[in-house]
Design a protein around this ligand. Structure first.
Ligand code: NAP
Ligand code: COA
Length: 270
């Protein structure tokens, strides 16, 4: 899907946590194309290097695991030393796998909560001192699981529900500083790690998407990037404390897709 809307982020510094692959890399690349200085952060050096290389001369990459509060602080300090105060902060690092709650170890539940929810808190709180205020925009990448209960997703449902509430609370607490805080809830986005893990591949997956998505197609990283740029721009100057779905009208009704993927995984493992 081609988009004809453009933004001007010249001179702005955009930091994307979990920005080295998939949807979040798409967001980072879109901001870079519109003139921003962009820093991406994640755990794996090869991902960080290859992502930064796609962001043009003002691309920068830093390594940090969002579960490590100190490492997040150090990564942000590096980013600010390179590109100055942060205008837009995107927090989208996440982990996911299909597992029935009864089969999930304590650590399996915890690992997702630690990355998605605790990690989002680390990123936001550590970034606060570095945000250019007033005017900065903080964007959390959440998921339909935050409001729609899905089997085999107890960990993600719990974690992303927390991310939505974190969004709303920080919007209240940081509004007086001139910081806007919002969330984006993507629908099924083609070609991503998330879809590889949660949807049947091939014709079965395509048919489910046609049934579930009124606009009749999976989304693209660029669809999500356009909304992220709107929320990071002055056009959204009075938008804060809200979570916006970008899902082709699916309204979170993706449960049959996840159940079908889990059934296939169980069959494969049997
Ligand atoms: P992805 O390609 O797996 O991206 C995840 C990113 O987070 C990668 O850059 C990964 O890089 C990083 N990451 C993972 N664990 C991390 C950690 N502990 N610390 C720091 N970075 C970490 O996933 P995606 O499918 O594009 O999803 C991106 C976001 O969209 C997620 O928040 C997801 O919940 C949300 N979402 C996706 C879909 C979809 O259709 N895919 C739908 C709804 C919501 P490293 O491995 O190098 O750390
Ligand atoms: N089913 C059940 N349990 C699982 C599992 C699965 N498919 N995959 C991992 N776990 C459990 C592990 O067994 C472990 O629990 P244990 O210590 O009781 O054995 C726990 O989860 C942590 O796994 P580990 O592999 O040590 O975690 P990690 O920190 O190396 O990786 C993940 C984190 C598991 C979330 C990994 O999938 C990841 O890095 N994901 C990032 C990419 C991603 O998920 N993208 C999609 C975003 S929507």
């Amino acid at each position: 899907m081609k988009h004809n809307v453009s933004f001007d982020f010249s001179g702005r510094h955009v930091v994307v946590f979990g920005g080295t692959t998939g949807i979040n890399l798409g967001i980072a690349q879109a901001y870079a194309r519109q003139g921003a200085k962009v820093t991406v952060a994640s755990r794996k050096a090869p991902n960080v290097e290859s992502a930064a290389a796609t962001l043009g001369p003002n691309g920068f990459g830093v390594i940090a695991d969002v579960r490590d509060d100190e490492a997040v602080g150090a990564a942000l300090a590096q980013a600010v030393a390179r590109h100055g105060p942060i205008d837009v902060l995107v927090s989208g690092a996440a982990g996911n796998f299909l597992a029935a709650a009864a089969d999930m170890s304590s650590n399996a539940f915890k690992v997702v909560v630690d990355i998605d929810l605790q990690g989002s808190f680390h990123v936001a709180r550590r970034a606060l001192e570095h945000l250019r205020k007033p005017g900065a925009s903080l964007i959390f990448i959440t998921a339909p699981q935050s409001v729609v209960p899905m089997a085999y997703q107890a960990h993600v449902c719990a974690a992303k529900a927390g991310v939505d509430q974190l969004t709303r609370v920080l919007a209240i607490e940081w509004g007086a500083l001139g910081v806007r805080v919002n969330g984006i809830s993507p629908g099924p986005i083609a070609g991503t790690e998330g879809m590889k893990r949660l949807a049947p591949q091939g014709p079965e997956g395509d048919a489910l998407v046609r049934d579930m998505v009124p606009l009749g197609r999976m989304g693209t990283p660029e669809d999500i990037a356009q909304l992220a740029m709107f929320l990071g721009s002055d056009a959204a100057a009075y938008v804060s404390g809200t979570v916006i779905a970008c899902d082709g009208g699916a309204q979170g009704q993706l449960t049959p897709m996840v159940t079908a993927a889990a059934r296939l995984a169980q069959t494969a493992g049997a």
